[in-house]
Write a protein that binds this ligand. Structure first.
Ligand SMILES: Nc1ncnc2c1ncn2[C@@H]1O[C@H](COP(=O)(O)OP(=O)(O)OP(=O)(O)O)[C@@H](O)[C@H]1O
Ligand SMILES: [Mg+2]
Length: 461
């Protein structure tokens, strides 16, 4: 991957450099040519000024002076100077050999133009020199008369070479930029690659069953850190879920083993007795039925507990006074059968926070327990107290529990006596539901007798 990122960065940089440098080169070249043309023109006029007296008077001194000026100019700037008289014959050149002196330059277009009084400048191929030339030709005037012309020529190659030199410099910068982009790309990619590899290793270990593995969330780019954090959350959740499943399986096998053995014994006895003593057999079968009901309750309780543990439902506002009154209505007929009265105490409304159906399940568990221990003629009170929290209590007049047992009653499968038909899961479920709602549950002994089961729900304010 790192090579791909590096190549991508380098290609991108290359495209940027090409797109940027080609127009830049063209601009530089045009600019350089223009500058040379301008200075050639300026110099041509200066030399034309000096050529005036040599052309007009034809004096040897003036011609010699012009000759020296031309050579000095050539030596300083490199341009070749040719001064012609009005017929186009060269009277001075800056050449070292004097072979061109007296040659007819009127055949050169720019010289012909200058002799008509116009300024000619441009670039053309010189067949004599076999190269591109930049030229400027200006007329030498005496008043309104053209008495000659000055032509300056400069090899275009010299200008182009200068631009090429600059381009080479640009090229070096471009290559350095490319190499730098490559190195930076490689460093970034290598670091990304290393972190992804670590994450990949962690994923592999998790897949192999190592649930304790965690990815490093503390360093690296934010995207990788977010990915590591999500991975860790997933691993954590997986851990919790697997632990729940394991506990469920362990609890179920442990708790179901004894009632199943008892059930088998009862059924065996019933089958032995069925022909000799059908009445006794029927009794055994009824006992077996009760055992089956208990088994079903245990399985249901375990499933409910497991679901509550993995629930991530949010707490919602609920009027706990309304729910409590409704539960009183619900339990009334069954309580009556036991000769027990159920009463509500509290305000008309008390809004608290709870996960859905938690208040109903909690009150039902409390009342179910209370009803199981309430002697006939006693009272069960469902009391709601609205404050910072909303407390829902179920008070009975049964045998109660010691302080110690009040705390243990929330343990899974704990029962004060084994002749109790319950599964011992009701209060464990209450505890989980209250925890998920952001509240808590506890038992308190009542004086002189009885028990107070309290559920504390968070207030909604
Ligand atoms: N109001 C109460 N008075 C006296 N003992 C109680 C009271 N409530 C609960 N207990 C004791 O606490 C134990 C655990 O209660 P819990 O509700 O968890 O289980 P359970 O009632 O036995 O079974 P389940 O509710 O699962 O059917 C009970 O078996 C009982 O011994
Ligand atoms: Mg119970």
């Amino acid at each position: 991957m790192k090579w791909r990122i590096m190549a991508a960065l380098m290609s991108f940089s290359l495209i940027v450099l090409v797109v940027q440098d080609i127009p830049l080169y063209n601009f530089m070249q045009a600019n350089q040519h223009e500058q040379v043309q301008t200075s050639l023109q300026r110099d041509a006029f200066v030399i034309a000024g000096r050529a005036q007296s040599a052309l007009w008077t034809g004096s040897a001194d003036a011609t010699a002076f012009l000759d020296r000026t031309s050579r000095a100019y050539r030596d300083a700037g490199g341009a070749r100077v040719v001064v012609v008289d009005k017929t186009g014959l060269a009277i001075v050149t800056s050449d070292d050999d004097q072979t061109a002196l007296g040659s007819d330059y009127s055949t050169r277009l720019e010289v012909a133009d200058a002799l008509t009084g116009t300024i000619a400048s441009g670039e053309r191929f010189s067949t004599t020199l076999n190269e591109d030339l930049m030229y400027v030709a200006v007329p030498v005037l005496n008043g309104a008369d053209v008495i000659g012309a000055v032509r300056l020529t400069y090899p275009a190659k010299v200008v182009d070479d200068a631009v090429d030199g600059q381009l080479r410099m640009l090229g070096i910068i471009a290559v350095s930029t490319l190499i730098l982009a490559g190195i930076i790309g490689y460093i970034i990619a290598a670091s990304l690659n290393r972190r992804l590899r670590l994450l990949e290793t962690a994923t592999q270990k998790l897949a192999e069953g190592d649930l304790s593995i965690r990815a490093d969330e503390s360093s690296g780019p934010s995207e990788i850190r977010a990915l590591s954090s999500s991975f860790n959350q997933m691993a954590q959740r997986l851990n919790v879920l697997i632990e729940q499943q394991r506990r469920f399986a362990a609890d179920a096998s442990h708790q179901l083993r004894t009632p199943l053995t008892a059930l088998r014994l009862r059924l065996e006895r019933a089958s032995d007795l069925i022909s000799e003593d059908p009445k006794a057999a029927a009794q055994r079968l009824r006992a077996a039925e009760t055992e089956v009901d208990r088994l079903a309750a245990i399985v249901e309780g375990l499933l409910l507990l497991s679901r509550t543990e993995s629930s991530t439902a949010p707490a919602e506002t609920v009027d706990l006074a309304v729910v409590a009154r409704e539960r009183v209505e619900h339990w009334q007929p069954l309580a009556k059968e036991h000769g027990v009265t159920v009463r509500f105490e509290g305000p008309a409304h008390a809004v608290g926070l709870a996960i859905r159906t938690a208040p109903e399940q909690v009150i039902d568990n409390f009342v179910d327990n209370a009803l199981g221990v309430s002697p006939p003629g006693s009272r069960i009170i469902i009391r709601v107290v609205d404050g910072v929290t909303v407390n829902v209590s179920v008070l009975d007049e049964g045998p109660g529990l010691s302080e110690e047992d009040c705390a243990r009653a929330f343990d899974r499968f704990w029962r004060a006596t084994s002749d109790n038909q319950g599964s011992g899961l009701g209060l464990a479920i209450v505890s989980r539901l209250m925890f998920a709602s952001g509240g808590s549950a506890r038992l308190e002994p009542r004086s002189p007798r009885g028990l107070c089961a309290i559920a504390v729900f968070p207030g909604s304010k």
